[in-house]
Structure formats: structure tokens, C-alpha cells
Design a protein around this ligand. Structure first.
Ligand SMILES: *Cc1c(COP(=O)(O)O)cnc(C)c1O
Length: 473
């Protein structure tokens, strides 16, 4: 009888080789070009039309991985990766992923792997305390903030008490349901709302102030306008650390309005939330007592490999009501315990053992080291902003915030800024940076102005990597 893996001999040899490969990769990642320069289809064309009928030894596959696959990889582990929100697959996280794969546990129910559920409970309690979040929050790990914000909006919709779970949203007399967020909220809010049957027109984008923070008075008048028109306000999303500029919406004011108006408050702190492990950044949570749900991504700025996004909620019963099965199929019923079955708190049935990597990261590095690295990142961003603001030809497009810096190059004509010329020279600068292979930055548009956006978040980044930005000016 053929077995899939007749022995572990090949595995053992290849495994040792791969650990060495990974260590060499991490030590030498700066040798690679950050941004892959392959053309669309280049990688696809390197592979045969169908997989082989006969297997290949691991050595041959490792060689193919290096020659065919690595050239099309953009190196998120590169210390000069400053695009989007840079993330790190830390050594502790990589080792934990190896163990997760080895166990291949599926945590749909408590009993399908008690450690999976209970380590999730423990690590999320640790994380909550380490970030200075309030007591009494239920936590769950999902793959991304997008999914977690979707779950939060589902709970918000359920909390309206309109019996949507039983009766749905169509073929009945329902007012339009509204979700409010700032014009700088992440696109996942709109996507989540769409999936829940809100219309795109029902996701109301509230204008922001000079520092790209939601205007609370504009929120209040939008709610009043919608109520007058017969709509039903459902939820407001406050972003603490927006994607473009890391601006922070005024949660105390937003929360007070939401309380008066009986709205669910969802806090999207996917990026900046991790920074609050450092106590001096805890001001971020001002007003957090108003939040019904909060999302934080350890896979963004807490050195945990993607994917690991945490949803906290003060109202787990509402979330559970939105997602637990009315009648649990017999093969899923729990007779022996009353422990948490995480499948009841979200869309997925099967779930990976993601708490293992968060546990390994928190315990291996310890909170002091994590704080120190995050402080350094913010320090580098401040230093970069300081250097940039000394230059006549550079304009910071947003107040420097957390580890994000947004700037453009300006051209002046008769002392006036030449908008078109500035955009051209900034675009040219961006292309030169990203074409060099030495650095990868992204861009954004703020009040019509095109800017280069630098976000620092990689565990191996030093000032010398950040200083490369200045070399291109
Ligand atoms: C990155 C980001 C998201 C989306 O995160 P995913 O985990 O990739 O879905 C949502 N909100 C904010 C503020 C973000 O910065």
C-alpha cells in the first residue's frame, strides 16, 4: 500500500536545508531588489501546463523555488520596504508557522483542539492588557482586518433589533440603513457593508479636517439629515491611524454622538493599534470606552507573520447571535463542555491555529523589545520628517504621525506652487525610487495633491535604510 510519505528521511534533510535557506534569506534580504521587476505573466510562463505525474525530490523543488519563484517576489521582509504598511515575518513568527503547519489543527470547536481555543483566549487577554485596552472585551483572531470589520458591521446590523437574521433585508419594509466613516476610512469598510446588504450610497463618507481627521460636527449633521429623510443610522467607524496619513479620528466626540444616537461604534486601529504596546502611544485609545468593537492587526506592526488580525468586542452575544447556527448540525454539537466554540463568532467554520504565532512573538521578544522597536520606527519617521522639512523643495502633505511620512516635491513659479509641475516631479521621484530596487514606497493623494508615502514597520529597519529616501532627492 503506497503511503503519501513513506518515511521522514527526505523531510528531515530538506527541512534542515530550508531552515538554513530562511536564515540566509533573512540575513541577506537587503541584497534583493525590494520590488520585483518581472512583467505580468513572466512567472506564469516558467511553469509547465500541468503538474508532473511522477514526484520530484525536494532538492529539485528548492532549486526551482529559487530560480523560478523568488524573482517574482516583492520582499516584504526587506528593511527598506516602506510601501503600504510594511510588515515583518519575524524569526519567532516563522518558527511558529512551522509548528502550526505541523499540527494542522482546525479550531472550529473547543474540542477540535482545546489548545487552539484556549491559547487564543490567553494571547488575546495578554494583547489587550499589553495595549492598554479596557477589561471586558471578547477577542477573536481572523485572517484580516477586512473580515473583522465585516463581522463588526454584521453585529452592528444585528444590534438594530430588526430581526434581519430571520427575515432578511429584502421583500419587507425597511428604511435604508446607514454606516458612517471618514473619507479616509479603509476601503474594507465599504466592502464589508456591501456584503451585508447596505448599498454603497448608504456608506456615508464624512469630511475630514486639515489633519485628515473626521469632523465630528459633520457626522452629527449627516445623521440628522439621514434621520429626517427616513433612514436608520446603524454604525459609525472611527479610524485610529488611517491608511493614507495615520491620522486619528476624534473618538471621544464621535463616541458621544454615537451614544446619543444609539449607533454601534467600530474602531479600526488595524495599523496604529499595535503601537500602543508602547505606553507613550496609549493616547490613541482616548474615548475607547465608547467602542463596541475594535480591530488591531498584529500582522501589521507587531512582527507576527500575515495573517493575524484581532477583533475585540464588548458585545460578544450580539456577534454570536449574528453568526451562530440556529440549529447546530448534530455532528457539531458540543455535549461535554460550555467552552467557547469560535465558529459561532464569525463566518468561517474551519480556523487556523493563529494564536500560536502571536504567543511565540510576544513571549520570545517580550513586550520591552517590542516597545523599543516600535519607538525606533516612530523615531525614524520623525527624523525623516525633520530632514524633509528642512528642504525648500519638499512639502510635508500631512502632519507626521506614528511611523508614516507623506511628502511631495514642489516646483515654484513666481513664488506660487506649480501644481502640475509638482505632481510631475513627485511622480518622477517615486518612479526613480521604486525602480532602483533599493527602496519601495507607495503614494497617496490628499486634497488633490499627489504625495509619496513612507511607512516604517519592519523589524530589521535601521535609520540607514530610512535615510535612503533622502539619497533620491
Ligand atoms: C491595512 C488596513 C486595513 C485592512 O487590513 P487587512 O488586514 O489587509 O484587511 C483596514 N484598516 C486600516 C486602517 C488599515 O490600515
Amino acid at each position: 500500500m503506497p503511503k503519501l510519505d513513506p518515511s521522514s528521511d527526505e523531510f528531515r534533510a530538506a527541512g534542515h536545508r530550508l531552515v538554513d535557506w530562511i536564515a540566509d534569506y533573512l540575513d541577506g534580504v537587503d541584497r534583493y531588489e525590494v520590488l520585483s521587476r518581472v512583467k505580468p505573466g513572466d512567472i506564469e510562463s516558467r511553469f509547465a501546463a500541468a503538474p508532473g505525474a511522477k514526484g520530484k525530490p525536494y532538492d529539485a523543488l528548492i532549486a526551482e523555488f529559487e530560480s523560478k519563484i523568488v524573482p517574482g517576489v516583492t520582499h516584504w521582509n526587506h528593511p527598506a520596504f516602506f510601501a503600504y504598511f510594511s510588515i515583518t515575518g519575524s524569526q519567532a513568527g516563522i518558527l511558529a508557522e512551522l509548528l502550526t503547519a505541523a499540527l494542522n489543527a482546525n479550531g472550529m470547536l473547543w474540542k477540535t483542539s482545546p489548545s487552539l481555543t484556549e491559547l487564543e483566549i490567553v494571547t488575546l487577554r495578554w494583547l489587550r492588557e499589553s495595549l492598554g485596552l479596557p477589561n471586558g472585551l471578547f477577542g477573536i483572531i481572523n485572517d484580516t482586518a477586512s473580515i473583522n470589520s465585516f463581522l463588526a458591521l454584521a453585529a452592528a446590523r444585528d444590534a438594530l433589533g430588526l430581526d434581519i437574521r430571520a427575515r432578511g433585508m429584502t421583500g419587507r419594509d425597511l428604511p435604508p440603513l446607514k454606516v458612517y466613516c471618514s473619507e479616509h476610512a479603509h476601503s474594507s469598510i465599504e466592502k464589508g457593508a456591501l456584503a451585508l446588504g447596505f448599498g454603497a450610497d448608504d456608506v456615508v463618507q464624512i469630511p475630514s479636517d486639515d489633519a485628515y481627521r473626521m469632523k465630528a460636527d459633520a457626522l452629527e449633521s449627516a445623521i440628522a439629515r439621514d434621520r429626517a429623510a427616513g433612514a436608520l443610522p446603524c454604525a459609525v467607524v472611527a479610524t485610529l491611524g488611517t491608511t493614507s496619513t495615520a491620522s486619528v479620528d476624534p473618538l471621544p466626540a464621535i463616541g458621544a454622538i454615537a451614544r446619543r444616537q444609539n449607533l454601534w461604534v467600530h474602531v479600526d486601529a488595524a495599523y496604529a493599534g499595535s503601537a500602543t504596546i508602547e505606553p507613550s502611544f496609549r493616547w490613541l485609545w482616548k474615548g475607547i470606552e465608547h467602542a463596541d468593537s475594535i480591530v488591531v492587526n498584529p500582522h501589521k506592526w507587531l512582527f507576527t507573520p500575515i495573517d493575524c488580525s484581532v477583533l475585540y468586542t464588548r458585545k460578544p452575544a450580539v456577534l454570536r447571535n449574528a453568526f451562530s447556527l440556529t440549529e447546530t448540525p448534530a455532528y457539531l454539537t458540543m455535549t461535554d463542555t460550555a467552552e467557547i466554540n469560535y465558529m459561532d463568532y464569525g463566518l468561517q467554520l474551519g480556523r487556523r491555529f493563529r494564536a500560536l504565532k502571536l504567543w511565540m512573538v510576544m513571549e520570545h521578544y517580550g513586550t520591552e523589545r517590542l516597545c523599543a522597536v516600535i519607538r525606533d520606527h516612530v523615531g525614524y519617521a520623525q527624523q525623516l520628517a525633520g530632514e524633509l522639512s528642512k528642504r525648500e523643495d519638499i512639502e510635508l502633505l500631512a502632519p507626521q504621525s506614528f511611523s508614516v511620512v507623506v511628502f511631495r516635491r514642489i516646483i515654484r513659479r513666481d513664488r506660487e506652487v506649480d501644481e502640475e509641475g509638482s505632481e510631475r516631479t513627485t511622480t518622477e521621484l517615486l518612479e526613480r525610487m521604486n525602480g532602483s530596487g533599493r527602496i519601495f514606497v507607495s503614494h497617496t493623494r490628499l486634497r488633490g495633491r499627489f504625495g509619496i508615502r513612507v511607512a516604517i514597520g519592519n523589524g530589521a529597519t535601521e535609520w540607514k535604510h530610512v535615510a535612503r529616501v533622502l539619497e533620491f532627492l
